[in-house]
Design a protein around this ligand. Sequence first.
Ligand code: GTP
Ligand code: MG
Length: 194
Amino acid sequence: MKIHQADLQISAVSPQQYPPAILSEIAFVGRSNVGKSSLVNSLLGRKKLARISSQPGKTQTLNFYLIDQKFRFVDVPGYGYAKVSQQKRQDWGKMIETYLTQRDNLRGVISLIDGRHAPTQLDQQMVDYLKYYQLPLLIVATKTDKIAKGRRQQIKATFKRQLQLGDQDQVVLFSIVEHYGQAEVWQWITEKIS
Ligand code: GTP
Ligand code: MG
């Protein structure tokens, strides 16, 4: 997909701050530091649009990126970051839940899971939650460049088994270092927003 324009439209916490619900949105969820902001940048061909950090907990608000005036990406704060207070974690949880359950123009959710490890309990909860609300779901396994080439293809089947996914559920391997996975993710997004 050729992108001409992508800008941060707004960083929001509460629904009153969300942009008008007229354009299709795709949300990116996953554990803190899994690579959500990196994926957003990579898909849009921008290095520094979404802020990236080697420290977890970088993204703390719902960041709405307006793309070519046609659709939006929503970079969601990561879950499971132990170093924030319990109160803050609860507030983030509520913020994420409110967005995912109340946003009528949300067309799909990309759930990022670290491809190097088995999904965590929170990853499983997120997948179950998205399925419960019948939100179209794409699993993206991140940082797979750090896995030996011969072991990469197994990740799809392993994730499908571990997360109890169905035949219709898709898992894509992604790497911002070796630049693979982009075309598959874009294809899924294009289907959902059209
Ligand atoms: P929070 O905003 O804290 O929730 O994190 P995030 O999920 O947005 O992660 P972010 O994109 O900031 O990336 C976290 C770290 O992982 C950074 O140091 C990235 O460079 C690194 N990273 C992301 N994707 C990949 C990948 O595909 N391969 C490798 N090797 N590193 C990656
Ligand atoms: Mg981030």
